[in-house]
Design a binder for this molecule. Sequence first.
Ligand code: CTP
Length: 418
Amino acid sequence: MRVLLGVTGGIAAYKVALVARALAEDGHDVRVVPTAASLNFVGRATWEALTGNPATSDTFADVPSVQHVRLGQRADAILVAPATADFLAQFAHGEARDLLGNALLVATCPIVVAPAMHTEMWRNPATQANVVTLRERGVTVLEPAVGRLTGADSGPGRLPDPEKVVAALYAAVDGAADGVTVGAVDDGGGWGDLGGLTVLVTAGGTREPIDPVRYLGNRSSGHQGFALAEAARERGAAVELIAANVSLPSSEGVARTDVETTADLADAVARLAPTADVVIMAAAVADFRPRTATTHKLKKSDDGITLDLEKTEDILAGLVATRPQGQTVVGFAAETGDASASAAEHASAKARRKRADLLVFNEVGVDRGFGNRPNDVRLLNPAGEDVGHAAGSKLAVAHAILDAVVALRRGGAVTPAK
Ligand code: CTP
């Protein structure tokens, strides 16, 4: 199961490292959300090393993936240990001052809180009233253990032993949902909404050789495709990226294959698409290639030259026609208007022709749509109807496209965030 482990600012945080390790060893996908104060006791590196997941505290980290909402939604169980008196007060009042507070307000899963503080603080009527409030709302608040506290004093206020804290969490989960197997990861999904899925993204633009030094190419920079790969990775997917002539670095954790021509791209797609859950064809693929590329450099001629071009294979059309059941296919269309139709009309006709689940359309021009600039796209369904709009940085647009993919896969309406 996905366990969100909140760590607040008390000395007992060091004992919670053993809790994190025990949960990870039991096969759970643990995500630690430390408060800023707790980092005085145990650093982020410890949590990340023990769990293999990022340990973020800040509500404004990773804003495009709406982490402050997603963490609470995705958690199967939440444990807060140690829980300070201040944390209990904040939680009882429903405050969302940091990432942990936000996650708790969103969560509907079982929540266990393990207080640890000095005896006087624990016995303080304000703290006791907060404990009563939380218990009335269904939160499991553990009784602190009795014994030696920091300094010379002793009494109730110690964090229970790590194994007792883990056992209390399992008991709360078992009690909340009969039959939950607490020893295993539930659905194989990670913390993101693409957890457990494989996403294949093509990016960049193919080049077709004319001779050893020249090629037919296009102006695609690969930025939008790379942003899609990065966003899908952030949302928990295993990501395969096929990069056609892109000099950008790809994000950590993304498996990259570099290609040059349309034929190379088609081969890589044929190899990787059958096992992908989502295929996003963001690459600008050449429609024609020289029938034969000469092995010598073409010489200038006063008469000009004529290139004999043949059509390339339509990779997207092939994908849609042969895709395995359950695969979601997304195409792109960069269009300009002309005498026969507007850019939007061309895009709508293309959506009907290509039959991809989504066609991402943007209107391009000499200064529009290319490079690392904000993007502005419309999403079209296979009937060519406009089902959404996304604008902003290429990463923000990538997340909006993935929102639409997630909505489609859940069988819902496509209503992108922006
Ligand atoms: N595409 C593809 N194989 C091709 C050409 C395009 O898979 N040989 C994909 C692109 O990756 C993109 C979508 O099809 O996702 C639309 O590309 P585009 O070049 O706009 O479409 P074309 O069918 O080539 O139409 P046009 O006549 O407008 O060039």
